[in-house]
Design a protein around this ligand. Structure first.
Ligand code: CAA
Length: 315
């Protein structure tokens, strides 16, 4: 690994639980499971910060697409002067791919960013753990599922943590950190130092359904879908209203397409079931779009149709 380029050039604060303790192994190599939007964004930011990264996905084509997207996004960053061409080349050279979890044997931290389904994540953790070093930390990028429950499917609940990156990970400043019931302070300290070394700011959430950002954001998006469903406004009117009337960088329906409508629905279901409150019921129109396979940008159709030159509202 090269010297770590601290993304925001920020000093890491001393803390009793911090791995500044020489007994604690530094984090150098990062595994990323899942090469979708989040996995590729995380690999991007981690490699640019000087860490070696090894990526894995069941689908080889998705890995190829992720590497192309990382290259493309880094090229945009070079064009806008955010990074140098040398940074781009060095970061890309730090990213490797593994077909099997055996490729994570020397990883200090593995971040799971697979699909937002608990059974899928649990299967991954059961298969992954036997290959890991005893002191390796396992993190999940889940946006809603209980960290304590996911930790229970690993052999190391004390070295398990929620690290919730926002999309697009290379741009968004925040990472939510969530401890499970068994997460040790030293794990939390190591993870927090790692996140800060990426130039990100952390916000600590308790382990409740959808944590903080999505507990607030997703009901707003779901309400926007109800606003559409009840005919209060068109897709364009709702998004224009929130972009210009509330200064949101994206309208809520545009943002839903960006996040993925399947992910939005999963998060609403976790809120609805986890908090047992009817105010979180997913809008039937959101369910219908997901059933149609109109999942947003990734399938080229959602509340907008992305198949032409310009996104066109579908309602
Ligand atoms: N990688 C690297 N850089 C990227 C990027 C990526 N994937 N996507 C955008 N950028 C950069 C662009 O290169 C551009 O940089 P410059 O200003 O230096 O040229 C900058 O970001 C702005 O991008 P664009 O000009 O393409 O577009 P924009 O101004 O509309 O910004 C946006 C795009 C940053 C995504 C902005 O629209 C935005 O902030 N949207 C809201 C995103 C948001 O709310 N995310 C949270 C979603 S919720 C979540 O993630 C939690 C969950 O679990 C569901």
């Amino acid at each position: 690994m090269d010297d770590i380029v601290h993304g925001a050039g920020r000093e890491i604060l001393a803390d009793p639980s911090s791995p500044r303790d020489p007994e604690v192994m530094p984090i150098r190599k990062i595994g990323v499971i899942g090469a979708g939007q989040m996995g590729s964004g995380i690999a991007h930011v981690v490699a640019l910060s000087g860490y070696d990264v090894v990526m894995n996905d069941l689908d080889k084509e998705r890995v190829e697409a992720a590497l192309a997207a990382i290259n493309n996004n880094m090229t945009r960053q070079v064009a806008s002067g955010k990074i140098s061409e040398e940074d781009r080349q060095k970061a890309l050279a730090r990213i490797s791919v593994t077909d099997t979890f055996a490729g994570f044997a020397d990883a200090d931290l593995v971040i799971e960013a697979a699909t937002e389904e608990e059974t899928v994540k649990r299967k991954i953790f059961v298969a992954l753990c036997p290959f890991l070093k005893p002191d390796a930390i396992v993190a999940t990028n889940t946006s809603s599922i209980s960290i304590t429950r996911l930790a229970a499917s690993t052999d190391r609940p004390e070295r398990f943590i929620g690290l919730h990156f926002m999309n697009p990970a290379p741009v968004m400043e925040l990472v939510e950190m969530i401890r499970g019931i068994a997460t040790e302070d030293v794990t939390f300290g190591r993870a927090r130092d790692f996140i800060e070394s990426l130039g990100k700011t952390t916000a600590v959430s308790e382990d409740f359904p959808a944590f903080m950002v999505n507990r607030i954001l997703l009901p707003m998006i779901n309400e926007a879908v109800y606003t559409l469903y009840e005919g209060v406004g068109s897709v364009d009117a709702i998004d224009t209203a929130m972009r210009l009337g509330a200064h949101h960088p994206m309208g809520p329906l545009q943002l839903a397409d960006f996040i993925g409508l399947d992910t939005c629905l999963s998060i609403m279901q976790v809120l609805y079931e986890g908090l047992a409150d009817s105010k979180y019921r997913p809008c039937p129109l959101l369910v219908k779009y997901v059933e149609a396979g109109w999942l947003g940008r990734k399938t080229k159709r959602g509340f907008y149709d992305y198949r032409g030159e310009k996104p066109m509202p579908t309602r």
